[in-house]
Design a protein around this ligand. Structure first.
Ligand SMILES: NC(=O)c1ccc[n+]([C@@H]2O[C@H](COP(=O)([O-])OP(=O)(O)OC[C@H]3O[C@@H](n4cnc5c(N)ncnc54)[C@H](OP(=O)(O)O)[C@@H]3O)[C@@H](O)[C@H]2O)c1
Length: 266
């Protein structure tokens, strides 16, 4: 999925910067990998599926929702890039079935927490000491507007995990700011990705309806999107690239919402 790019990218802006983007083979993660690589960064990325031509310099096949997977990714990144300057935790998502709270088993809750919260917590624990040693770094946690605007049909556990991620991100910023490491969160609303389309299909299957009805159901539950459409992954990547760049050098402990106006309050 692409949008026409109408602005120039400075191909030197991230020259030599060593970057890890988790979940960088699809959706927003892939767009972030492409954006930072186009700006000169040396990018490592991860996914569970084998590499299918990622533009990243280093691809690590691993499940970052497990302790071992996170450890493999951290070690391979430090070895492969020779250190780390920027970490973007883009991995996340929900595979929960429709049916509200009663459909969410303990297993599902644990899976959602492992993917949407603990993957970032574990990778930070492994990688941040490298940043502390060099006295610099930038971290972005990709959260979701659902942490403030949770939907009840299938994503209660996901929304709760993202709320925890945003709170964790803020707490980490307080500890790392004085050490020269900037920590921020980016909270997208609906993004046009294969994952969000898969959720539409799951909800349609659960309700015995069609995809258009399920899509409209999500729009209604969100209260509509004032700009009239979901964001494109490239639009999320542009925001992330700004937040980790030196242009944002005083931005720290913040959460940027990118939702086309979905959150209805100030
Ligand atoms: N899409 C939306 O509407 C939306 C809205 C708000 C927030 N967000 C957030 O934005 C971020 C990106 O979402 P997206 O929809 O762009 O994602 P996506 O299209 O589903 O892509 C997910 C990426 O992560 C990888 N991945 C998934 N599970 C993994 C695991 N356990 N270990 C390693 N890699 C894994 C996937 O590859 P494999 O499948 O091969 O592992 C893929 O590269 C997520 O944090 C999501 O919660 C998305």
């Amino acid at each position: 999925m692409t949008i026409r790019q109408t602005f120039a990218i400075d191909d030197q802006e991230f020259r030599g910067k060593r970057v890890l983007v988790t979940g960088g083979t699809k959706g927003a993660g892939e767009a972030i990998v492409r954006r930072l690589a186009a700006a000169g960064a040396r990018v490592a990325t991860t996914a569970r599926s084998p590499d299918a031509g990622s533009p990243a310099e280093l691809f690590v096949q691993a499940d970052v929702a497990t302790l071992d997977g996170a450890a493999n990714v951290a070690a391979a990144t430090i070895d492969g890039l020779g250190g780390i300057d920027i970490v973007i935790h883009s991995v996340g998502g929900s595979k929960s079935p429709g049916g509200g709270f009663a459909a969410l088993s303990d297993r599902i809750w644990q899976d959602e927490l492992n993917l949407n919260l603990l993957a970032a917590v574990r990778l930070d624990r492994l990688l941040v000491p490298e940043m502390i040693k060099q006295g610099s770094g930038a971290i972005v946690h990709v959260s979701s507007i659902q942490r403030r605007l949770p939907l009840h049909e299938s994503t209660i556990a996901y929304a709760a995990a993202k709320a925890a991620l945003s709170t964790y991100s803020k707490a980490l910023s307080k500890e790392l700011g004085p050490k020269g490491i900037r920590v921020n969160a980016v909270a997208p609303g609906w993004i046009h990705t294969t994952a969000s389309e898969a959720m539409v299909k799951r909800l349609a299957a659960h309700a015995g309806s069609d995809e258009e009805t399920a899509r409209q159901g999500i729009m209604d539950a969100l209260g509509g999107i004032p700009i009239g459409r979901p964001a494109w992954p490239q639009e999320v990547a542009e925001l992330v690239a700004f937040v980790v760049s030196d242009r944002a050098s005083a931005i720290h402990g913040a959460e940027y919402v990118i939702d086309g106006g979905t959150i209805p309050t100030v």
